[in-house]
Ligand binder design. Structure first.
Ligand code: GLU
Length: 446
């Protein structure tokens, strides 16, 4: 059974990069008939906010990314304590006392000597006496995980292929602060073990964390899960823009985008598969394939998302949107207007064109005379004629005036809709109806 998880820290809203990670983990699990878990990483009591937890849940729900379960790190502290005690007993965590300033100085010295800024493990040389002295002074230690320098770190990454790390070139990570609070590294491993996570799929900014965590899994007596690290998301400029870092579900909703437009784009960018509008998660999951993920950053293009949105809207049934449409807009109207929409919300603008009032166009004298003729024709044609009212109207006017093409159609569209573009007049004119049509044509005639 495949089990994946999405583990956001509730220190802010989800941005499009987080959403992409959540979606990929969801699709990875769903494709395999597995489980997708939400884990709230709220060990940082200072920065975690309940309102962000609620927003994360609401954002995932809007997107249709439904977790099969939820855990919160703040409710699991006893598990971390137990793992920590075990590692302590086995000599895999050790107490250290350096202040942030002391560590920074050590780093600077190493960098000055052109050496990698790896923690020098000075704390391992402290004696019992030293520890007692710190305790007597009321100085509590922070705790580091002791990497096994004899154990090379390797894994087969689901996106990046074979990975190798020399543990001697990594700093022993601090896992617990002097006040007893936890840093990200150890609780995450404990949870992945306890929750039975089989696949960890996250951004490539976590690659070096994975190297460390692989040794933690082993130290805790388990096989590490499979890991995959995806390339990061960039904007169209090819950079991780500030705006991208703050764009999320709130913006998508405000823009009137469909969740599946967001999902369709985020599921496929950065892969070798085509980006296509998919109507449901099952279809997206079906095509999800980690081996199609590239190493190059994924380009997030809002214009592409809008195109996907339009494609989805053009295929939406009346029943799916009825509740979102303006009062009085029926199925025929929806089908007439739908092909002109990028977003469902734009139906309001076109419905306004149907119900009026519309802008009266400034026509040339000749076109005004033509509009007057058109008003008369509109009052006399058979609106139920086979082929439709628009055809009846334009055929009649063609015969009367000899106009054709743009000279025939454009003044009519301008007079009838106040605009020079829009839905197919065949579909639109019956919605406008004879009374409004005659009135608008007369107005345009002046
Ligand atoms: N809370 C971590 C983050 O937001 C989770 C990383 C992980 O997926 O292990 O980056």
């Amino acid at each position: 059974m495949i089990i994946t998880r999405f583990a956001p820290s509730p220190t802010g809203r989800l941005h499009v990069g987080n959403i992409r990670t959540a979606l990929h983990n969801y699709l990875l699990a769903k494709k395999a008939g597995g489980r997708f878990m939400l884990r709230i990483d709220d060990t940082d009591a200072e920065r975690s906010r309940e309102e962000h937890v609620d927003a994360i849940r609401a954002d995932l729900q809007w997107l249709g990314i439904a977790p099969d379960g939820e855990e919160r790190q703040s409710l699991r502290l006893a598990l971390y304590d137990a793992a920590f005690e075990r590692l302590k007993t086995e000599g895999r965590v050790y107490a250290a006392y350096e202040t942030a300033q002391e560590l920074e100085l050590k780093r600077k010295i190493l960098l000055g000597r052109k050496l990698p800024p790896i923690y020098d493990r000075a704390a391992l040389d402290l004696t019992e006496e030293d520890h007692k002295r710190f305790a007597a002074e009321g100085i509590a230690p922070h705790w580091r995980f002791k990497l096994d320098h004899e154990e090379p770190i390797t894994w087969e990454d689901g996106v990046r292929g074979p990975q190798h790390f020399d543990p001697a070139l990594l700093s022993d990570p601090v896992v617990r602060r002097a006040d007893g609070s936890w840093l990200y590294m150890l609780p995450s491993c404990v949870d992945d073990i306890d929750m039975g996570v089989t696949q960890v799929l996250r951004g490539e900014d976590h690659v070096s964390n994975t190297a460390v965590q692989i040794q933690m899994f082993t130290a805790l007596g388990t096989q590490p899960p499979a890991f995959a690290h995806e390339a990061l998301l960039v904007g169209v400029e090819g950079k991780l823009s500030k705006r991208l870092g703050s764009t999320g579900v709130e913006d998508f909703r405000a823009q009137g985008l469909e969740p599946m437009a967001v999902n369709s784009l985020l599921a496929r960018i950065g892969t070798s598969q085509p980006v296509e509008a998919q109507h449901d998660m099952a279809a997206l999951a079906q095509g999800f394939d980690l081996s199609s993920f590239g190493r190059a950053p994924a380009r997030f293009d809002e214009a592409e998302m809008l195109r996907l949105n339009a494609a989805l809207v053009h295929a939406m049934a009346y029943a799916d949107v009825a509740g979102l449409l303006p009062e009085g807009m029926d199925e025929a109207a929806w089908l007439a207007i739908r092909p002109n929409l990028e977003k469902v919300t734009e139906a309001h603008e076109w419905w306004q064109v149907v119900t009026g009032p519309v802008a009266t166009p400034e026509l040339s004298d000749e076109d005004r005379a033509f509009a007057a003729q058109a008003a008369q024709a509109a009052a006399t044609i058979d609106w139920q004629a086979e082929g439709g009212a628009w055809k009846a109207l334009t055929n009649a006017l063609k015969a009367d005036t000899g106009r054709k093409g743009k000279a025939l159609f454009l003044p009519l569209r301008l007079a009838l809709t106040g605009m020079d573009h829009g839905p197919d007049m065949n579909a639109l004119l019956p919605l406008i109806g004879p009374d409004r049509a005659v009135e608008r044509l007369q107005k345009a005639a002046g």
